[in-house]
Write a protein that binds this ligand. Structure first.
Ligand SMILES: [Zn+2]
Length: 258
């Protein structure tokens, strides 16, 4: 995997944003493999397709590339809010490839895969409508809250300029796929509770520890009136999926780390 962009290609563009788009897409096309099946290349979709940028010609999985110059930070801006919510509820939602690069050095710094089933309403921020005097007045955009994606769903492919071993990437993607659920509501609960578990610093924790997140979960799921029961149910799901071990007497142990 070559982390540098094509310098000759970079010289052809005067606009930084146009150059960045071409450089990152070209880079992904020639350097990124399919993290689902390991096929060595991704295929670029036609430019006019909005939803996904790449697909794997072997397993047919689709990927959308999100790129940013410098650090990714907390937020990644995306398109229209309603469109995004529709997309994450549909079955053909793509996995995301989140890439941070250095446009001065013309190289990739970090790359993560976020599998499609990690997208829930909790990680999408609705922005304020554009003002009346804006060209697209009333338009509502959204941002993806990158730091709200559970760590199990932010799978490193390149970390601080060093590629992660491909087998490890694929193993982590495979493990993350165990968190797939049948519908968006179930997905939301599972990943929100997983985020709470992740923010407990101890390896072993009790129901008392996890019940401390009751108010936070109530804000995310105001329709639910029995949050504690829902938490216990989700802990069982995490245990069944191999992310937790139940030690008895309301004590749980985290299993494996990414
Ligand atoms: Zn594939």
């Amino acid at each position: 995997m070559d982390l540098f962009f094509d310098q000759a290609l970079a010289r052809r563009y005067h606009s930084r944003s146009q150059a960045a788009r071409v450089l990152t897409e070209t880079w992904a096309k020639y350097n990124m493999y399919c993290p689902r099946c390991g096929y060595p290349r991704l295929t670029h979709f036609e430019n006019n397709r909005e939803v996904a940028d790449f697909f794997c010609s072997d397993c047919k999985n689709e990927y959308e590339l999100k790129s940013k110059n410098g650090a990714i930070g907390r937020r990644i801006s995306d398109g229209a809010y309603e469109t995004f919510i529709q997309r994450i509820t549909s079955a053909n939602n793509p996995d995301f490839l989140v890439l941070s690069y250095d446009l001065e050095a013309l190289r990739v710094n970090n790359l993560w895969v976020i599998p499609k089933h990690f997208f829930t309403p909790s990680i999408v921020e609705k922005r304020k409508p554009l003002r009346a005097n804006a060209r697209r007045a009333g338009w509502v955009g959204c941002s993806i809250l990158f730091d709200q994606v559970p760590i199990q769903g932010r799978i490193g492919v390149i970390r601080n300029g060093t590629p992660v071993n491909k087998d490890d990437v694929m193993k982590n993607v495979e493990r993350a796929s165990h968190l797939e659920t049948s519908n968006l509501n179930a997905r939301g609960w599972l990943l929100d509770v997983l985020n709470c578990v992740n923010s407990i610093s101890k390896e072993d924790f009790s129901l008392v520890d996890i019940y401390k997140f009751e108010n936070k979960l109530k804000v995310l799921h105001p329709e639910n009136n029995n949050i504690q029961a829902k938490i216990r149910q989700q802990l069982q799901v995490l245990r069944d999926k191999g992310f937790l071990e139940f030690l008895g007497r309301g004590v749980y142990r985290k299993k494996g780390s990414l």
